[in-house]
Design a protein. Sequence first.
Length: 283
Amino acid sequence: MESQSAPVWFITGCSSGFGRELAREVLGQGWRAVVTARNAEHVADLAGDAGDRCLPLALDLAQPPGIASAVAQAEQRYGRIDVLVNNAGYGYQTSIEEGEDAEIRAQFETNVFGLFALTRAVLPGMRVRRQGRVINISSVAGFIGFQGSGYYAASKHAVEGWSDALAEEGKPLGIKVTCVEPGPFRTDWAGRSLRQTPSRIADYAETAAARMARTSQASGRQAGDPARAARAIVRIAQAEQPPRHLVLGKMGIETVTNSLKARLAEIERWRETGLATDFPEAG
């Protein structure tokens, strides 16, 4: 494929995990990639033999001026962005009651507001060209609020709802949106990148505190393979009709499926109670 016709990917959070493996896969396909991390030195090695097909950039999603600058540099180098992958983010664990305001706000600045801002900066080009893909790396926590991960789940629920609206607004403009929802994978999420506020209230010892301990202990032994996940993401990006949701890993698929079935069953159990709240003439 000629370099000038190769698709252009913009991938955040490429210093490790999904972002790094996806950047490798994209560049290995002969495509072009803007690869970002808070420190550009941590992604410079991804260029390898790709030469001008790889543009490493420093990007901190919590710093809005840097977002506009990164998108401008990408468009100046390659003329467009075909696929935006909002991958950067991290986990924060604690009990709901013991959550620290500064930690909660920092979580949302990166996982939610930074993602929103970057997407807004990329959308004008996609809208003018009437084509583009937005892939948001969410989580099984985008469906389910696990004990000890309430604030992280809240950030991913926000991305999921926002993505629903973006998908509807983008549909007539040729912009397609997918949320990727991984279960446990061998990334740094549960290791170096994870932030925790210890739970010291005895009443949460068997819930939030216990799950936080299990998360840390499982780091590096998860079933999910980030390289295989990267190949799956590339596959949906090439699909004419990509899925709105892509749940990754056996645990993720089983957990989300069971949760949605239980939710539907509950709605049906309380169906008549819900229907009775309309004005009689509305029926």
